[in-house]
Design a protein around this ligand. Sequence first.
Ligand code: BG6
Length: 285
Amino acid sequence: MSKPIPLSRHQGLDAIKLESPDGASATVLLHGGHVLSWVPAGGVEQFYVSPDSAFALGQPVRGGVPVIFPQFSARGPLQRHGFARSKPWQLVMAEQGADDALAVLRLTDDAATRMVWPHAFELELSLRVSGRSLQIELACENKGEQAFDFSTALHSYFAINDLDEASVQGLAGLHYWDAVAAVEKQQRVELLLPTGDLDRIYHQVKEPLLLREQGISTERRLQIQHQGFDDAVVWNPGAEKCAALADVPDADYRKFLCIEAATIEHPIRLQAGESWVGRQDLTLL
Ligand SMILES: O=P(O)(O)OC[C@H]1O[C@@H](O)[C@H](O)[C@@H](O)[C@@H]1O
């Protein structure tokens, strides 16, 4: 028997708190379709949200999982990372099932989006939390008469105890765009030990990635699996760039690592009536 989940408030904004009967939970804001929190059953918070983040309409939240659409970063004429992360989304459904909790949110074009991006679209963000897993699915449908191209990402900010204790596995052999050095490179080693000021777009990511943390008091293995997305962004601003971010405390670059399911290098083209679906499956092992 499924039970509807009522709307609640988080930091003054409309939110849905998904609670699975097994104790797993996740919170998503209608503002930006922004997943803010994920606590696997028996686990702790997996996402970083900056204590200095604005929770204000029209502004992106710093942390959690911003939805990047229809432009990545400054690779086009739109605002950085597009408009989806700053728009109010609609709640389609939210319910607790026998062994999970689900929510679906929707964003469609309006007069303001058509002014900057003249296309009719429907985005649907579906979340499912259960046990040790969170699934985030993003679907886009072209509702207009003309084809359009878009880039997209689920810009996940994973909370870490300290950058020195974190590593990422599964990138060996992949080619990537190093946005700091502005050069195309290849990942030679299996283990990526992130240092500050890391900004890379790995291409053709087919296998699951593993975020590992190994410290005196920490031992964590988080599996990150993408479907439908071609690229994976690994980003950490480092000390200097973090100090320049108004909405992140200076030392907090040590407390998160972004690993983003993305399609950037080859934007997705949808003809009239066509749809695309991408998924990011997160499992705490
Ligand atoms: O500050 P923003 O707009 O949220 O962007 C954060 C970062 O997002 C990452 O996805 C980009 O690769 C970085 O270049 C960027 O700095």
